[in-house]
Design a protein around this ligand. Structure first.
Ligand SMILES: [Zn+2]
Length: 438
């Protein structure tokens, strides 16, 4: 059954952005021998892990020290929202056949783990239920994984940060001062992997963290509960990661307040994608499920720049799907056009004030806008009701003159203003967006 997925994608999909290779993001000082390495997305059905790693890469600045992040280790399984279409990647670190589809990824990851500058590794997971040292009920018991800092053993002698248990307890303590609910309390779970007696211990010996320990690196697992909404899982992960950074003396700033409400807003709404060397810019907050007549260059590979490392675009059956982690955000139904370059700006009268507008920008409008006539271009406001004009420059356009269903967002606020070469029919130059409202 799992195999079907890979066959499916082979026949119907074309994959962009270097296939599904994972991204290694290096933040902070270069060549710092006290580097923290964070791994997210080892299992694609654990969004808390890859969203936290992704946010750390996009919404934090490292002021002192060094942090390396792989937010999308098993990117293919993230898109498929599947634990591991080619088997569980976190059981492939002991022995692995070089015919295994994940062989290249595992090999690349092992090389990174061995880098001399890395002193601590945190592997991010979402686990079931709530880990408790003693049985409470079915959801709260020793065999559960959620809300726990995982160590393979209490201590590793002779390595930096080898006092794993002490560090794990400090992290738990920090999290537990900031609980959203008492039930979410964190504990340290020691899998005692080196004993390799029970089934669980044997399984754990094939994991990333145990491999890392063998290479002399302090390694931790972090599990937030699958019972929590994703933004709450991310909340606990960021608390943990901030404490790990503190312990290593790494200093950072964050672009939002760390509370559940703001985090949800950042995850859902602070997302964008641009195409065609930024001549098309699309905010993805509240995006419609389909955008039709999306201009794609004839005969060329679609090029895009996502705001998040867990975002990508995949062609399926002639349409382009924007994925954000497990979520399918929108489907772009293409219209294939000749492209041409356009640098510089257009003059646009916005509520009585003339502004210079570059393609790929978003223009906020209160009442009306009017793209000033420019002999180089023809303007097409998508959804403009009056179709008698071939060129919609020089017109005062108000929100009520545009059909709401043509907005790119579900709220009917953002509209496309497409710009074409004046002389050559359907030669596309780029677009900007107008956003009506405050
Ligand atoms: Zn996991």
């Amino acid at each position: 059954m799992l195999r079907l997925f890979s066959i499916f994608i082979l026949f119907t999909g074309l994959v962009f952005a270097d296939g599904f290779d994972f991204t290694l993001i290096k933040k902070g000082q270069q060549d710092d021998n006290n580097t923290l390495f964070i791994v997210g997305g080892i299992q694609g059905d654990e969004p808390g892990g890859f969203m936290a790693a992704s946010l750390l890469s996009t919404h934090y600045d490292i002021k002192k020290g060094s942090v390396w992040i792989v937010p999308n280790f098993n990117f293919y399984s993230i898109i498929k929202s599947n634990r591991g279409p080619n088997g569980d990647m976190n059981r492939k670190f002991a022995k692995l056949s070089n015919n295994d589809p994940d062989f290249h990824s595992i090999d690349r990851m092992k090389k990174i783990i061995k880098e001399k500058n890395i002193k601590m590794i945190v592997n991010l997971h979402d686990g079931s239920g709530f880990y408790r040292k003693k049985y409470v009920d079915k959801q709260h018991r020793p065999s559960k994984w959620g809300q726990a800092t995982i160590i393979d053993q209490a201590k590793v002698k002779g390595i930096a940060y080898g006092n794993l248990q002490e560090i794990a307890k400090k992290v738990d303590k920090h999290i537990n001062k900031n609980l959203l609910k008492k039930e979410h309390i964190f504990h340290t779970k020691n899998t005692k992997t080196h004993l390799k007696k029970t089934y669980e211990e044997k399984e754990m010996s094939k994991t990333l963290t145990y491999y890392a320990i063998g290479k002399g690196k302090a390694a931790f697992g972090n599990e937030s509960s699958k019972s929590l909404p994703v933004h709450e899982r991310v909340y606990y992960k960021l608390l943990a990661l901030e404490k790990f950074m503190d312990i290593m003396g790494i200093e950072y700033t964050r672009k939002f307040k760390l509370n559940a409400r703001e985090l949800k807003d950042v995850i859902d709404n602070d997302i964008y994608i641009s195409f065609n060397n930024k001549k098309i810019f699309i905010p993805l907050s509240r995006i419609r499920s389909h955008i039709t007549y999306f201009p794609v260059e004839k005969g060329a590979k679609i090029s895009f720049k996502p705001s998040s490392p867990v975002m990508t675009v995949i062609e399926e059956k002639g349409k382009y799907i924007v994925y954000y982690g497990n979520r399918r955000l929108t489907t772009l139904v293409p219209q294939y056009l000749e492209y041409d370059k356009f640098d510089g700006h257009l003059k646009v009268n916005v509520d009585g004030k003339v502004k210079n507008v570059t393609l790929g920008s978003l223009v906020k409008v209160k009442k009306y806008f009017n793209v000033q006539v420019d002999k180089r271009v023809r303007v097409n406001v998508i959804g403009y009701v009056n179709k008698k004009h071939k060129n919609e420059s020089g017109l005062n356009i108000r929100k009520k003159y545009i059909f709401k269903r043509y907005s790119i967002d579900k709220d009917g606020k953002r509209f496309r203003v497409e710009v074409y070469d004046r002389k050559v029919k359907n030669k596309f130059l780029g677009m900007f967006l107008v956003e009506f409202g405050a």
